[in-house]
Design a protein around this ligand. Structure first.
Ligand code: UTP
Length: 288
């Protein structure tokens, strides 16, 4: 079965990015010339996803405004004959079928995913964490969705991380089935290095089936009183096989200050209009 729906949870507080996130969603932080969430919607469209549900919390109206029409701005650009910017602005509001749901309290990622139950219905769906960017030749979600079509199992996007970082991620213990695919034996949330079963970490990309919703219902609040998706996946694992897919691409955690800066610099260096001047500027910073 093809994956045609996607969910982007964007209701977290973004405390790592305070004070900016006091009044603006971290998903709207700009990498070069577009907000982080724009890249993720683009990834989903390129992967053939037709309908996208964004889960919002309070103070997230900027996200709905961004994907909406902007009649005053469009009129101004039209009157100035700025066709290129006009087309670019209009394109954003026509990018995809975007729907919204509201998570009334930020009770964790698992709780946010549960808000997508009626939207998802009885189909597999992609889950993309709004602050994780993946730069890749084949869109990350397409890599996972293709694996889903082959195996028809829940697929968790993973990548190896340096050992010093295993305590920042959900970590899997898996048996390799091929170059990219693991059968998951166990999942551990943010283990200490000496308790980590591997260095293969869960990144912000998943293909889930509607079975996850019953598991979330049965999940008791974990760390920080939040309902963790990893805990729900562990319950699901007791009932059915789940797989992990080591995707190709460079992943950036833009919800973290250093990750955000890395994304900004590297996306700017990849931008045809900026790269030459920007890399020349960066070189001057390191000249003695
Ligand atoms: P994070 O833990 O990275 O987001 O959650 P956060 O809580 O906003 O950030 P910090 O740690 O305080 O800086 C991963 C994803 O899950 C969403 C977030 O918006 C983010 O995209 N999320 C998290 C929700 O939608 N609801 C929640 O209750 C928690």
């Amino acid at each position: 079965m093809k994956v045609k729906k996607a969910v982007i949870p964007a209701a977290g507080f973004g405390t790592r990015f305070l004070p900016a996130t006091k009044s603006m969603p971290k998903e709207m932080l700009t990498v070069v010339d577009r907000p982080v969430i724009h890249y993720n919607v683009e990834e989903l469209i390129e992967a053939g996803i037709e309908d996208i549900l964004i889960i919002l919390g309070r103070n997230k109206e900027e996200i709905t405004n961004y994907f909406d029409r902007s009649p005053e701005l469009e009129m101004l650009l039209k009157s100035k004959g700025n066709v290129k910017l006009l087309e670019m602005t209009e394109r954003v509001s026509e990018m995809a079928n975007i729907f919204y749901a509201r998570q009334k309290e930020a009770k964790g990622l698992g709780h946010a995913v549960a808000c997508a139950k009626s939207f998802v219905g009885n189909e597999p769906f992609a889950l993309v964490l709004a602050d994780d960017l993946v730069y890749s030749q084949t869109p990350c979600i397409k890599q996972l969705a293709d694996a889903y079509e082959k195996y028809e199992r829940t697929i968790i996007g993973v990548q190896p991380v340096p050992e010093k970082d295993v305590d920042k991620y959900g970590i899997i213990d898996g048996s390799a089935l091929d170059e990219h695919v693991y059968a998951v034996n166990a999942l551990v949330e943010k283990p200490a290095l000496n308790e980590a079963p591997s260095n293969v970490a869960i990144m912000g990309r998943y293909i889930l089936t509607p079975d996850i919703f019953d598991m979330i219902d049965q999940t008791t609040p974990g760390k920080g009183g939040e309902i963790q998706l990893t805990d729900a996946l562990r319950l699901l694992k007791e009932k059915e096989d789940i797989y992990a897919y080591a995707f190709e691409g460079k992943r950036y955690d833009t919800g973290d200050k250093l990750g955000y800066l890395k994304a900004t610099v590297e996306y700017a260096l990849r931008d045809g209009a900026l790269s030459e001047q920007f890399s020349a500027y960066l070189k001057t910073l390191f000249e003695k």
